[in-house]
Design a protein around this ligand. Structure first.
Ligand code: ADP
Ligand code: ZN
Ligand code: ZN
Length: 650
């Protein structure tokens, strides 16, 4: 019922009563008749028609995302809106809305485009001449000029249609302000907006509205930006498409890359995924012929060479932090006035047991994965199928009694550096040492200015930075990820190492990369040394096919947490029993296991993996299972749970 209000349209935001509260909702349909008794109807309090309704395309996309990721439709749609548009209006709503519409654009010096080389030209040409839904993979090493291709196709897309809008997604915008600056410099006469988590609520609302109303033509944003509302979306670009930070979120854990492709499909437009090390999901699409491959095979700037990479075998050595060869190389590099970057790979660290003499690693006999050491119960557990094993007292291959968790603590590494090079100016960069954006910026500034000799860091130093003075990169701890139980660990490690290696020798200094490893004969390293991604991908895909792992199966993870592990596991066991009573044709439901990081903030966490070769069968099963789990006999007030689709860290 409408009271004195104008008739709302589909896609309008409205203020409605909900119990005693007032809340903002989105109109999903308008009907003149109803089956409900009039007494149960409530009036719309206000229609926010100062802003155009959300488009049918946007509503359909949000419905799709909600259904795919098994979230309530209303929750999904509302959480995709900036707070300003999803909360009940403040008294000054109209005035503030007016101010939001004033899009201030700093005057920026125009940067002319360089002439594209032949490979870049044909890539740009292929995209610009495509019609309808056209997914592409732009595959080229760091520095091969992918960004230049993006800028070129953005330009032709905008030139072809005065209303066209472009969405450019990047994995972490606070680490790549260069890209934003490059886009703004190239398109100095065009309205460019950004959307990412470092903006204030009002800045976000301003960008969102400018896109919704078609005033902004280019969006540079991170994962959340994928749900923006456009007047006329004409091109989608996802840079570093393999990056794990596209997947995540607190409520709905979605893949921004996958949603971006879906939007291109719905809008019947081109979609360009760019990477030097594509995800196997994307690479498989290329092999199947679903995505078109565009290749850039060499660096765009002739003087910049790919760095020289070398493995340092530390399998036969007592576990000191640095091998002698690495020690000498660091000392030399500092003496020559270069910077040294020491990369500690903490990601994917799970306590895997390994023999210090022969490199044996404990495996599950039923699965292709490694087993994880659970200290509390002193057992090895397979996180794929749940099988438990005794911890052997001796290596089953060589009989050595020293079998230890793989990996060295960061603390030990820092102490070793300080002891070996006491004169060197040392800077640590990771999420703990630089918590704020400004702290990160000043840390990176110090590196660029040459105020630092040795930089020690994690993932944060691997991405995108153009450190001109770095002449040596040392990689420690890579092995931990090589024997991780996560099926994507090897793929990620390859991508990370290629990216870290890309930090060396970016200017005139030749770059050198030293990787300490106890598994120098691992095939991943051979592919890495040859810098041959295609060979690497072929081998991994063959493995994945044989073990029916992603992308050859679809997975979902039931995640649960309670204050005690018994309670968590009790819920998961009931969930498994429930599943057995349902139609689970072509679906495998595994045993519940504690999560790799079992205890987090006093929550004891567990998981249960479900998979199927068929996405449709998996979803059919999940929607019935989801209902069964909400029934009184499965529920437990002390246990929180959620289902994650296409999980990435099992
Ligand atoms: P990527 O995105 O693949 O890492 P970029 O587009 O950032 O590569 O290019 C790397 C460097 O080469 C940049 O400094 C860029 O300005 C330069 N560059 C790219 N294409 C060309 C070109 N056709 N002519 C001259 N310089 C180029
Ligand atoms: Zn052994
Ligand atoms: Zn197993």
């Amino acid at each position: 019922m409408l009271g004195d209000n104008p008739v709302p349209q589909k896609g309008d935001r409205v203020l409605v009563p909900l119990g005693k509260r007032k809340t903002v909702g989105i109109v999903t349909g308008v009907s003149e008749t109803t089956q409900l008794e009039t007494g149960r109807l409530r009036s719309v309090i206000r229609v926010f028609n100062e802003v155009a309704p959300l488009s049918a395309e946007w509503l359909a996309m949000m419905d799709f995302a909600a259904d795919y990721y098994l979230r309530p439709r209303g929750e999904a749609a509302l959480s995709a809106l900036p707070a300003f548009f999803r909360q009940p209006p403040t008294p000054a709503y109209d005035k503030r809305l007016q101010r939001l519409r004033e899009l201030k654009q700093k005057k920026i010096k125009h940067e002319p485009a360089p002439e594209l080389n032949d490979e870049q030209k044909s890539a740009a040409q292929a995209v610009s001449s495509s019609t309808g839904y056209s997914p592409f993979l732009l595959f080229g090493v760091t520095g091969s000029g992918k960004t230049e291709v993006y800028l070129h196709i953005i330009e032709s897309t905008l030139a072809a249609d005065p209303e066209a809008q472009v969405m450019l997604l990047v994995p972490e915008i606070n680490l790549t302000p260069q890209l934003e600056a490059r886009v703004r410099g190239r398109f100095s006469d065009t309205a460019v907006v950004t959307l990412h988590s470092n903006l204030t609520q009002l800045e976000r609302a301003r960008s969102w509205l400018a896109l919704h109303e078609g005033r902004a033509r280019i969006l540079v944003g991170t994962r959340l930006a994928v749900f923006s509302s456009f007047k006329k979306l004409a091109l989608v670009i996802v840079d570093e498409e393999h990056d794990a930070s596209y997947k995540g979120g607190d409520g709905m854990r979605f893949s921004a890359r996958d949603v971006a492709v879906k939007r291109a499909f719905d809008n019947k437009i081109a979609c360009v995924l760019g990477s030097a090390t594509p995800s196997l999901e994307t690479w498989q699409q290329v092999l199947k012929g679903s995505y078109r491959l565009l290749k850039l095979t060499h660096r765009a700037v002739a003087a910049a060479h790919l760095p020289q990479m070398q493995l340092v075998d530390v399998s036969q050595r007592r576990p000191e932090v640095f091998a002698p060869l690495v020690k000498d190389a660091v000392t030399e590099a500092i003496a020559a006035g270069g910077q040294v970057l020491i990369f500690i790979n903490r990601r994917g660290y799970a306590p895997v047991i390994s023999c210090t003499a022969c490199g044996w690693v404990s495996r599950c006999v039923h699965c292709s994965g490694f087993t994880v050491y659970h200290k509390a119960e002193h057992r090895l557990v397979c996180h794929h199928c749940g099988t438990r094993y005794e911890v052997p007292s001796h290596c089953p291959v060589c009989g050595n009694a020293e079998i230890l968790p793989v990996g060295t603590g960061t603390q030990r590494i820092e102490e070793a550096i300080a002891a070996l090079w006491p004169e060197a100016r040392l800077l640590r960069i990771d999420r703990d040492s630089v918590r704020s954006k400004s702290a990160a910026e000043s840390a990176f500034k110090a590196v660029h200015a040459g105020d630092v000799d040795i930089v020690v860091g994690t993932q944060m130093i691997a991405k995108g930075h153009d450190f001109k003075r770095v002449s040596l990169v040392v990689v420690l701890n890579a092995d931990a990820q090589l024997v991780s139980p996560d099926v994507r660990a090897e793929e990620r490690l390859y991508a990370t190492l290629m990216q870290v290696a890309g930090r060396a020798g970016r200017a005139e200094r030749p770059g050198r990369v030293l990787i300490q490893t106890r598994f120098p004969n691992h095939p991943m390293y051979a592919d890495l040394m040859a810098q041959n991604y295609e060979k690497f991908a072929a081998r991994l895909l063959k493995d994945r096919k044989e073990s029916a792992s992603p992308p050859f199966c679809r997975q979902a993870l039931l995640l649960a947490q309670a204050r005690t592990l018994d309670r968590t596991m009790g819920f998961l066991r009931r969930a498994k029993e429930k599943a057995e009573g349902l139609d689970s044709r072509d679906v495998i439901v595994y045993e519940p296991v504690p999560m790799p990081l079992m205890r987090l903030k006093d929550w004891e966490r567990g998981q249960l993996l479900v998979e199927s070769a068929s996405r449709a069968r998996l979803h059919a099963f999940l929607s019935v299972w989801l209902q069964a789990l909400s029934q009184p006999d499965a529920r437990d007030a002390g246990t929180q749970w959620t289902i994650e689709i296409d999980p990435v860290g099992i």
